[in-house]
Write a protein that binds this ligand. Structure first.
Ligand code: AKB
Length: 340
């Protein structure tokens, strides 16, 4: 008998930490964690097994199909927007070919099971692209199908991977005879805003200025913010990001009218971040030193998202608005962590 598991790729990343912590407390299905980096001890102990391995390794993924009955895949592994610009072709291989490997594995798994494998994929605001700040400001809240003209390799990868998910769930090998590929894969995708965790710091992203400002201030380190004070992006704290992943996974398929959903919570400017950080850490040394090129990426991303489809179809609502995110989650938890 193969063992039933939930597979999490990119398990040692920011979302992986939050998701594994939640699942270990609330879900009885064992967690199989995969990452190219060794996993932190505190989450390793919450997993049934950790594999130090690469999503590009098809032999490894093939062996997992033989060994496990994978019910749900959270495919979190990805090269983020800033890092991807330093080596776009490598990022493309990891983000797109890695996704293909996982989708192929999910279809293969689904053929052995009564229900298709649920494939949960975090996409991003990077899938959008505005030509300039004026267009971004004029657009305000945008729906899933507006302004999908990404300017970064990461954004192009995310948008294309959303399409791959749709292809693998609805059209994979559509010319095959009989019912061989009827039971394909149950693909479900969230477009996340910038995420902020009180426990981990992001690496390689462009929405990183928000969380970096906060963590540097708490650690007593000076910070130069690489965007202008008026720069605005949508954000969400990690507990809400995890909540949205779980809620989307649990929603009956028939309630989902689309494959890709925006989710968001609040849209602070970098100046708003600065104010919250300074009120909690009055001695923080924060300055603004915009980097023209990274600023350009942030200016191409929306200031706000219309997440009404998620609210309507599966009752999405964040627990933390702007004030609660800072005052009830980020600041108290971060303060406690850095005091230790
Ligand atoms: C990044 O900045 O690359 C990510 C994202 C917005 O998806 N945090």
């Amino acid at each position: 008998m193969r063992k039933e598991v939930i597979l999490i790729t990119g398990a040692n990343g920011e979302i992986g930490h939050g998701l594994i912590t939640y699942l270990a407390q609330h879900c009885s299905t064992p967690i199989l964690a995969l990452d190219v980096q060794p996993i932190d001890e505190d989450i390793a102990k919450l997993c049934s097994r950790f594999i130090l391995g690469d999503i590009m390794d098809q032999m490894l993924l093939g062996r997992l199909v033989g060994e496990y009955e994978i019910r749900t895949i959270y495919h979190l592994a990805s090269i983020l927007s800033t890092k991807a610009e330093y080596n776009p072709e490598t990022a493309h291989r990891i983000n797109v070919e890695g996704m293909l490997n996982l989708l192929r594995m999910a279809v293969e798994q689904s053929q052995w099971q009564t229900n298709p494998v649920k494939f949960i994929y975090p996409s991003s605001i990077a899938a959008y692209g505005f030509p300039n700040v004026a267009a971004k400001t004029a657009a305000g809240k945008i729906t899933e199908d507006q302004w999908t003209f990404p300017t970064t390799m990461y954004g192009c990868n995310k948008l294309y991977c959303e399409h791959l998910g749709r292809y693998y769930s609805r059209h994979y090998k559509q010319l095959a005879s009989g019912e061989l590929y009827e039971n394909r894969v149950d693909f479900r995708c969230l477009r996340f805003p910038g995420l902020i965790s009180a426990f981990t710091t992001p690496t390689g992203g462009t929405s990183d200025y928000g969380p970096e400002m906060l963590h540097h201030a708490a650690a007593g380190e000076p910070y130069k913010c690489f965007v202008r004070p008026d720069t605005t992006l949508p954000f969400m704290v990690m507990p809400d990001a995890v909540k949205s992943l779980i809620q989307l996974e649990e929603t009956p398929r028939q309630n989902l009218s689309q494959l890709v959903y925006n989710v968001t919570s609040f849209s602070p400017s970098a100046q708003d971040f600065y104010k919250y950080v300074l009120s909690a850490f009055p001695k923080a040394e924060i300055s603004f030193d915009p980097d023209k090129k990274r600023q350009g990426i942030v200016d191409s991303w929306p200031a706000d998202l219309d997440d009404s489809a998620a609210r309507k179809d599966w009752g999405w609502k964040p627990d933390y608005g702007e004030k609660a995110s800072f005052e009830e989650y980020l600041i108290p938890v971060i303060r406690q962590r850095y005091q230790k």
